[in-house]
Structure formats: structure tokens, C-alpha cells
Design a binder for this molecule. Structure first.
Ligand SMILES: Nc1ncnc2c1ncn2[C@@H]1O[C@H](COP(=O)(O)OP(=O)(O)OP(=O)(O)O)[C@@H](O)[C@H]1O
Length: 276
């Protein structure tokens, strides 16, 4: 079976600056990857290559076994589910939620004359239920809260039964309850063997759902570490990735991170010592 994503020495240059720099990365069937990195590290750029919305400036990128540059990406895109702010921004605000989800079948935004049948409507309703927003199927997309919109986007990304699911910061902007609810649902999705290979971009290890198997860390467009999550998501790698001393813990399947320096800083403050 071909790799789901295979990047070899991928570099993406804009305005003379490498946004991705010699990235090697392979995603295989059944894997659930989290991509971590600070602001501007290149996470969204990486996801855009995997989503076939941009091509590498150099190196090679194969998605679902097809080499970018040698394949009609419009035949590939319906096989990839993408949930991101960029997708949300393209969706008509007055579209009913059900149609926002269903139009993914034709990789279009805004329902027009595409054919849909009862099975399509039932699948959209099933996915909205799975994401906990089934009751909202008639609402206009633009009237939803941030948390509701994020879940509808994930339902849309799953509608066409993709072979690759890409989630760009799915928990951004959610309150604590909304984040926990979403992370729980993504964990259920991750543990379902029928779910597609998944890549989730986030800044926060707290947002990694249970069941995620691999981690990729980026800094300044370069890979700091990549591999099985247990071996990769270490204090040393996370500190190198974010450029500050961090400790990382895993408890009952969930991750937390905090800076080591806060403790040292507090000790200095407590002792009345200067902190700079
Ligand atoms: N079209 C472009 N032209 C020039 N620079 C760009 C372009 N697109 C992105 N960048 C820059 O590339 C860098 C990486 O951007 P990217 O969005 O991939 O980072 P990110 O890790 O997703 O960041 P964030 O966590 O802030 O969303 C940033 O410095 C960004 O300003």
C-alpha cells in the first residue's frame, strides 16, 4: 500500500524565504499525527502541501500515492478532508449547516445544482450527530458559535469518506469545555480503525487527543523531531521546538507541558531576588 503522504526534501519558498526547509515526512495508513510548533513554524504551510493546495518549490511530495506536479489535483482533493479557517472563510454564511457538510462530496462551497440523494443527507446527519451538532442541521453556518462551527467543519471534512483527514488547529478559539468536548470526540475518531489517516496541527500539547500515534515538530520550517509520539514528544524535543525549557507529562492518555523557568522565576521572586 502506498504511503498516504510522502515528502522528500520538501522546501517551500515565498519572497525568498523558506517557509519549509528540506522536510522529510511520511504518513502511513492508520497513523494519527500531531504537528506541533510555535507561531510561524510552517505548520499550515505543511498542511497545505498535504492538502495539495500548494506545491513544493523543490523536493518531491506525493499524496495518496500521486506525485504533486504530475497529477490533476482536482481528482485528488475529494479524497482529502480538510478542516481549517481558510475553508471556513470560503463557506457561504447563509448556507444551512446540512448543505455545508454535503457539498464536500463534490468539493465545492455553496450548494448549487449538484445531485444529492437521501443517503447523502443521512450521512451528513449522521456525521453532525457524531460531532455533537446534529440539532443544528437547519441553522445558517454563519449563525454558529466558534465551537459549533469547528465541529461542522470536521463533519464536512469527513463527508466524502476521505483517505486523509487534515485538521488545522481544530480547537483554536474554543473555551475550556468546548475544547475538552472536541478533544474527546477527536479521540474517539482517532481510535476508530475505520477512520482515515489523520494529521492535526496545534500549538498546544493539551489539545492532542488520545489515540494519536505520531508527532512532528517544526521550528523555522525545519523538522526538529518526528516519529512515534511516545519517543518523540519528550521535554528535550519540545524545548528545542518552542525554544524554551519545557517539561512535559502524560497522564491517562493526555499531555501537558509547562516551562521549567516559571518555577525558577517563582523561587527568585519568593526569595526577593532580581529576576533579570
Ligand atoms: N504567501 C506567503 N508569503 C510570504 N510569507 C508567507 C506566506 N505564507 C506564509 N508565510 C510566512 O511563512 C511562515 C510560516 O507560516 P505558517 O502559516 O505555515 O506557520 P504556522 O506554523 O502555521 O503559524 P501559526 O501557528 O502562527 O498559524 C510565517 O512566517 C508566515 O508569515
Amino acid at each position: 500500500m502506498a504511503d498516504i503522504v510522502n515528502l522528500a526534501a520538501v522546501t517551500v519558498v515565498r519572497d525568498g524565504k523558506p517557509l519549509l526547509d528540506s522536510v522529510d515526512w511520511t504518513v502511513r495508513q492508520g497513523e494519527r499525527w500531531v504537528v506541533l510548533g510555535p507561531n510561524g513554524a510552517g505548520k499550515t504551510t505543511l498542511l497545505r502541501v498535504a492538502a495539495t493546495t500548494i506545491h513544493p518549490s523543490s523536493g518531491s511530495a506525493a499524496v495518496l500515492g500521486q506525485l504533486l506536479g504530475r497529477v490533476d489535483v482536482f481528482t485528488l482533493r475529494p479524497r482529502i478532508g480538510l478542516a481549517s479557517v481558510a475553508v471556513a472563510d470560503q463557506l457561504p454564511r447563509h448556507e444551512p449547516v446540512r448543505d455545508v457538510v454535503m457539498t464536500a462530496l463534490h468539493a465545492v462551497v455553496g450548494r448549487w445544482r449538484e445531485p444529492y440523494d437521501t443517503a447523502d443527507e443521512q450521512r451528513a446527519a449522521y456525521l453532525l450527530d457524531q460531532l455533537g451538532v446534529g440539532a443544528l442541521h437547519d441553522r445558517h453556518f454563519g449563525s454558529l458559535s466558534e465551537g459549533e462551527r469547528k465541529r461542522v467543519l470536521i463533519a464536512r471534512a469527513l463527508m466524502a469518506e476521505p483517505e486523509l483527514l487534515l485538521l488545522d488547529e481544530p480547537a483554536a478559539g474554543l473555551d475550556l469545555g468546548g475544547r475538552e468536548e472536541l478533544v474527546h470526540r477527536l479521540g474517539m475518531l482517532a481510535r476508530d480503525p475505520l477512520s482515515p489517516a489523520t494529521v492535526l496541527v496545534t500549538h498546544h500539547v493539551e489539545e492532542i487527543p488520545e489515540g494519536f500515534t505520531h508527532a512532528l515538530m517544526l521550528r523555522h520550517g525545519r523538522v526538529v523531531a518526528a516519529g512515534p509520539i511516545e519517543q518523540t514528544l519528550t521535554a528535550a524535543n519540545l524545548s528545542a521546538c518552542f525554544g524554551l525549557p519545557l517539561e512535559v507529562h502524560r497522564e491517562r492518555g493526555r499531555w501537558t507541558a509547562r516551562t521549567v523557568a516559571i518555577g525558577a522565576h517563582k523561587r527568585l521572586v519568593d526569595a526577593g531576588e532580581p529576576t533579570r
